[in-house]
Design a protein. Structure first.
Length: 138
């Protein structure tokens, strides 16, 4: 049986924001400074299903950027910065995100525009949350 990767990884742009915000979780993939996605010991082949964790987190190297899945980036923002990103359907054909911070009135949440897929809304929510973190210097 063939294993297929169904995980979505952050974009290069979001990986750079994560690095600036201090993301430090161990991951399987990373981006090189030119935006090329790589995996540990994979050469030009990326094995998305490999259980190998890249012990030298990409954010410890000046020219590398950790590439976590969207779910891991979202969890990091929740656990470290207490920003909760909720993805919800705004109609039958579009998705939105909401960012809230528990026990604080974050203007009743920050909302994103309509997106065609859940993953697009999730990445946009992560990006907006990271921009908020970097703006406030948290």
């Amino acid at each position: 049986m063939e294993t297929i990767n169904h995980e979505c990884y952050v974009s290069f742009e979001v990986a750079k924001l994560l690095k600036q915000a201090g993301f430090d979780y161990k991951v399987r993939l990373y981006y090189e400074h030119n935006g090329k996605l790589r995996g540990k010991n994979s050469g030009s082949f990326i094995n998305f299903n490999s259980p190998t964790i890249w012990e030298n987190n990409g954010n410890t190297d000046k020219q590398l950027y950790s590439a976590p899945t969207l779910d891991v980036a979202q969890r990091w923002l929740r656990e470290v910065h207490h920003l909760h990103i909720t993805i919800f359907s705004s109609s039958q054909e579009s998705w939105m995100f909401r960012i809230t911070k528990p026990h604080q009135n974050l203007e009743n949440g920050v909302y994103g525009e309509d997106f065609y897929t859940y993953e697009e809304a999730q990445e946009a929510g992560i990006k907006k949350a990271l921009e908020m973190v970097l703006e406030k210097g948290e």
